[in-house]
Design a protein around this ligand. Structure first.
Ligand code: DAH
Length: 345
């Protein structure tokens, strides 16, 4: 075996790879010089018949030549790949304007919640929240709703399978449970609003949804400090600001277990100003929700001593206000997920 022959093979091979004009000839060169039947492979196989001294002399030279040729083959492959690309067709015009990514926007209910939060924040209110998955205790018991009250009925409440738990869980039917949760960790005086999603197990129509929003208000101070007068004034201030015109408030006696006295809360019709129109069924008034002076039993459920505090609360349907403000005829449109509707806002 001659060292010179190995250098010849190496030199010739390097040249062949660097001169290969296409992948076919490069690959053919690879087989010829490095394949099983190549002269180099033959030499490699013959190494085992040499004496130990010869092995030491030739082995590294042959192995080195093989590695160098493999590298030359790989380099040629890379070179041919780059040369073979059609650069012209891959040219990018960096001056072209980018594709216009359509931007989404806030849902009208979200916009409305933020608007309401802004108004109340300016009036010194805090914003509180509570869980949508609520316990029967906070949703009903703590609010003095009797165990046999029809609102607890399967028809109105989505009860959640609570096997294995000590408490019964449900999807909250109103935002009022947050009153008690908040009072458990805060001491009066305070004023809060609680916007949030609520759920009712009822059939839907143009003015009823199974999933909708309310915003609760709770204002509490020492007995004598917070009256129905404050409450009516706050209502007028808020609604006048919200609708951008003067709005009157009317309270009608009503019953809710968590307030005493309780009221239906009406505002003067924002379309006709109280003169009477189809929107207010010619009465001049629109009903927006329930309200009243907080029942002492609710204070007690939150751990307050009886008689020490006095306050008012209300719970208004948010969608109803969105519908009045944006003139939307059907509540179901709001949660329909129909983009043709949503894009109008
Ligand atoms: N939680 C009641 C409902 O969902 C509304 C309500 C009535 C809330 C009177 C109040 C209130 O805070 O004082 O129908």
């Amino acid at each position: 075996m001659r060292i010179e022959r190995i250098s010849e093979i190496l030199e010739e091979g390097k040249r062949a790879f660097s001169e290969a004009a296409d992948e076919a000839s490069r690959s053919e060169t690879e087989v010829r010089l490095l394949g099983r039947k190549s002269e180099l492979s033959e030499i490699l196989r013959g190494l085992k018949d040499l004496s130990p001294e010869e092995k030491r002399e030739f082995g590294p030279v042959v192995q080195g030549a093989r590695r160098a040729l493999e590298e030359a083959a790989a380099a040629a492959k890379e070179r041919l790949l780059v040369e073979g690309r059609d650069w012209e067709s891959e040219r990018i015009d960096v001056s072209l304007p980018g594709a216009d990514d359509p931007l989404g926007h806030l849902h009208p209910v979200t916009t409305m919640i933020r608007e309401i939060e802004d108004i109340f924040t300016r009036l010194g209110f805090e914003i509180a929240e509570g869980p949508e998955l609520e316990t029967e205790f906070y949703n009903f018991d703590a609010l003095n709703v009797p165990a046999d009250h029809p609102a607890r009925d399967m028809q109105d409440t989505f009860f959640v399978e609570s096997d294995g738990f000590d408490t019964r869980y449900l999807l909250r039917t109103h935002t009022s449970p947050v009153q008690v949760r908040y009072m458990e960790t805060h001491t009066p005086p305070f004023r809060i609003i609680v916007p949030g999603r609520v759920f009712r197990n009822e059939s839907t129509d143009a003015s009823h949804e199974h999933t909708f929003h309310q915003f609760e208000s709770l204002v509490v101070g020492e007995t004598g400090d917070v009256t129905v007068g404050h409450f009516k004034h706050l209502g007028e201030t808020f609604f006048s600001e919200f609708f951008g015109r003067h709005v009157e408030v009317r309270l009608r006696p009503s019953y809710f277990p968590f307030v005493e006295p309780g009221f239906e809360f009406d505002i003067s019709c924002v379309l006709c100003g109280g003169a009477g129109c189809p929107a207010c069924k010619r009465t001049g008034w629109l009903e927006v929700g329930g309200a009243g002076m907080v029942q002492q039993k609710v204070f007690e459920a939150a751990g307050y001593p009886r008689g020490k505090y006095q306050g008012f609360a209300w719970g208004f349907g948010l969608e109803r206000l969105v519908m009045m403000k944006r003139r939307i005829p059907d509540i179901r449109l709001l949660m329909s997920g129909d983009l043709r509707f949503i894009r109008q806002f």
